[in-house]
Design a protein around this ligand. Structure first.
Ligand code: S3P
Length: 436
């Protein structure tokens, strides 16, 4: 297992094109696979998670043209009915989005399929998708703990539309249901307790099949995606966030990040960081393939702690590891609640971040659904990423504010979202090296 060693000091300067958006890359492959037509994807994130989705689709008989791993891909879709039973269990590694969305995509299919993943993915809750898929008429089994492996028995008759209230704001549950409902008879109505990322809705609109909004609910009818489509994947805001925090915490730094996705359902972390005093400008906002995109400029600025409004949590859900290290480097106290979902990510992020920050000399109180972080002088030390890419990246990006070096264990999983991180960050001036 590789570790990262980050030295204090350094100045971050220059321009970085962050990797393609992970959520959008997964969706581009999946919608491309069930469309009747060719989907050309530009800026695809060729990371372990997205390649797991691609491998699964290939095992289902979907043709993909393009050298691998490559940012340019072409999916030759022949419709959902053309999917074939895979010879083996679909292994999805660490990719929660892949498992939950593929379950929805495959729920209307007549053949049996098993979805499985690594030990982290096998700990994540799957009944939250299994239950509504059963209501639609699919036959779904999870382990006795409600986790993967997930077995779909295949259906003999078409799925039937349902009305479903999501128990939590989750784009993965919502998108699983949208993909299943598109293959069901009738009109499915999905209600969310708060808005989550809306990439699936936007991409369906790009294929000419937008879900409707009615009384705050999403409404989708069964149908087909037909036609050839070009999709430009924007830079991943969640990857950009690490550099926004790194530059904000490292004196004299200034970075320009061109072509980053700034979908408002994803940029809660930007709003929070700005409220902490960060100097960030969103420039040249434009639209690409139905998604808002901009160039983001960030300059060093002293940060101060704050109480994070719980309503911002769903819009910043993947940004909490980065926000936690920003809070540790800030003056004053940062407090957040209403974020119990962080316990169900690639690691229990409330616990992993609390323990890691404490190892660096920061006072942190862990609450059931949040943390209280007392900003102060970060020391050096050794932290565990718990195999979680966003935890590893967060600790790598706060070194500029630390008094001595930080060793981060177990960083292989950075390959799930940012395979070129060491090269990209080093080119900007972050003193980080990989130790095998
Ligand atoms: C994602 C949704 C979020 C997020 C994950 C990607 C997606 O998960 O944390 O990294 O692509 O739909 P939840 O839906 O569980 O909140």
């Amino acid at each position: 297992m590789s570790s990262y060693l980050v030295e204090p000091g350094g100045v971050l300067r220059g321009e970085c094109r962050v990797p393609g958006d992970k959520s959008i890359s997964h969706r581009a492959l999946m919608l491309g696979a069930i469309a009747e037509g060719t989907t050309r994807i530009h800026g695809f994130l060729a990371s372990e998670d997205c390649l797991a989705t691609l491998g699964a689709l290939r095992a289902l008989g979907v043709a993909c043209e393009g050298a691998e791993p490559s940012a340019e891909l072409c999916i030759v879709g022949r419709g959902r009915d053309a999917l074939q039973a895979p010879a083996e269990t679909l292994q999805l590694g660490n990719a929660g989005t892949s498992m939950r969305l593929l379950a929805g995509l495959l729920a209307p299919c007549p053949f049996a399929v098993t979805l499985d993943g690594d030990s982290s993915l096998r700990r994540r809750p799957m009944e939250r998708i299994a239950e509504p898929l059963r209501q639609l008429g699919a036959v779904v089994e999870t382990s006795p703990d409600g986790t993967a492996p997930l077995h779909l028995a295949g259906v003999r008759s078409p799925l039937k539309a349902i009305d479903w209230d999501l128990p939590v704001a989750s784009a993965q549950i919502k998108s699983c249901l949208l993909l299943a409902a598109l293959g069901a008879q009738g009109e499915t109505v999905i209600k969310e307790p708060a808005p989550s990322r809306d990439h699936t809705e936007r991409m369906l609109a790009h294929y000419g099949c937008p879900p409707q909004r009615r009384d705050g609910a999403l409404v989708i009818s069964g149908g087909k995606l037909v036609g050839d489509v070009e999709l430009q994947v924007p830079g991943d805001f969640s990857s950009a966030m690490f550099l926004l925090v790194a530059a904000s915490c490292t004196p004299d730094s200034e970075l320009l990040l061109p072509g980053v996705g700034v979908n408002p359902s994803r940029t809660g972390g930007l709003d929070i960081l700005r409220a902490m005093g960060a100097d960030i400008r969103v420039l040249a906002q434009r639209e690409q393939g139905g998604e808002p995109v901009a160039d983001i400029r960030v300059r060093y600025a002293p940060l101060r702690g704050l109480r994070i409004d719980p309503t911002l949590v769903p819009r910043a859900i993947d940004e909490f590891p980065a926000l936690c290290v920003a809070a540790a480097a800030a003056s004053g106290v940062t407090e957040f609640d209403g974020a119990v979902e962080l316990r169900h990510k690639e690691s229990d992020r409330l616990h992993t971040m609390a323990v890691g920050l404490q190892a660096l000399g920061i006072t942190v109180e862990e609450r059931p659904a949040g943390l209280v972080i007392h900003g102060g002088q970060l020391g050096g030390g050794r932290v565990a990423s718990a195999g979680d890419h966003r935890v590893a990246l967060a600790f790598a990006c706060v070194a500029g504010a630390a008094s001595s070096s930080i060793l981060i264990d177990d960083c292989d999983n950075v390959r799930t979202s940012w395979p070129s991180f060491i090269a990209d960050a080093s080119a900007l001036g972050l003193p980080v090296v990989q130790k095998d």
